[in-house]
Design a binder for this molecule. Sequence first.
Ligand code: SF4
Length: 419
Amino acid sequence: MAERYWIETLGCPKNEVDSDKLVGKLSADGLTAAASPEDADLVVVNTCAFIESARQESIDTILSLRDRSADAEIVVTGCMAERYGDELAEALPEADAVAGFGVPVALGRKPAIDVPTFDLLNLPRPASARPWAYVKIAEGCDRNCGFCAIPSFRGPQRSRTHQSILTEVEQLDAAEIVLVAQDLAAFGRDQGVGERTLGTLVGEVADRVDRVRLLYLYPSDLDARLIDAVLATGVPYFDLSLQHVSRPHLRRMRRWGDGQRFLERIDHIRSLEPDAAFRSNFIVGYPGETEEDHDELLAFVESAQLDWCGFFPWSPEDGTHAMTLDGRVDDALMHERLRELSELQDSITAARRDALIGATVEVLIDQPGVGRTHREAPEIDGLVFVRDDLPVGQIHSVEITGAIGPDLLAGVDHTAEER
Ligand code: SF4
């Protein structure tokens, strides 16, 4: 019987939460964490299947762990297991079991862990080792964006109960909670709970922690009530999943909105809270994208002056609407457009960081010498370098004395290399 486990987590914050839950489950089953894969009897690989490069990274990771942990039991779980199940099990003899979060084990060799269906979402979690933690408030998605296969393997939206989420927030005992889901703002809709939507939950979580932050907001659901709820938390951070701004192109993506409406919503929020921070992600090169669509996106990025943006090349995904569309964008042109957008945004981000020099800001200390204001989400945005004697887990007022690209300096000397 396995005694020591190693969990390798790939992909997004939602996968990090699932791995945390597995840690809780394995510990409850009497297993202990191994110091390295080489020392483990059981190796669990929590995979990502969102796009081709993520799938390749998952396969490479499984094979390298097989080499490093010759005698261990290797269990593949996560999105690749969900999406490909038996097909993956047959193609990957290096794995002893392929267990999605919904299907029974494929190879008959009973692994050391039994992966419960769905209920992983509500499994208990150990206290957070960091002053912040992700909390996944729902599984699945009811939308059908043209480029995305997630609903096909994560299933329809299933929201957790408020109480199970609040219990987990208390268990984590973290200063900052980052709420995540595939479609966060649709929280509660599948439970027909009327008023008790995301806005209500944000308030309840904010009553229990110093900071609550939201990731992956679908723009049409960012209504006045949710905006007010976020602003009331004192963390005016808006991660808007926009993907593009050209109206006809967004319709080809089977998504709502357009650049004008997005700008109006951003301007409205800034009129309520000038210090609000914004992040968004955009897909470049989705079939049918014209030079006019691209120019419109460039103009939007210039006008919106967002703090952070991610630009991603479109990835062909089997089974998605995009695969039925003509008008494929040439690879070189797609990467040319990506380069143009990234260069523009980098200069905007740097200018917005420089504008903070001289300001006094509230920083949550994540580790000695490193913290974040309300403007920076963990793991994806810049950092604030501070004196390393400020206690971890506490919020401190500091004066910004410098900036290096995406990062800020508060009374310390720091070079880009030291990031
Ligand atoms: S909202 Fe769209 S992009 Fe996000 S998980 Fe759902 S279908 Fe995919």
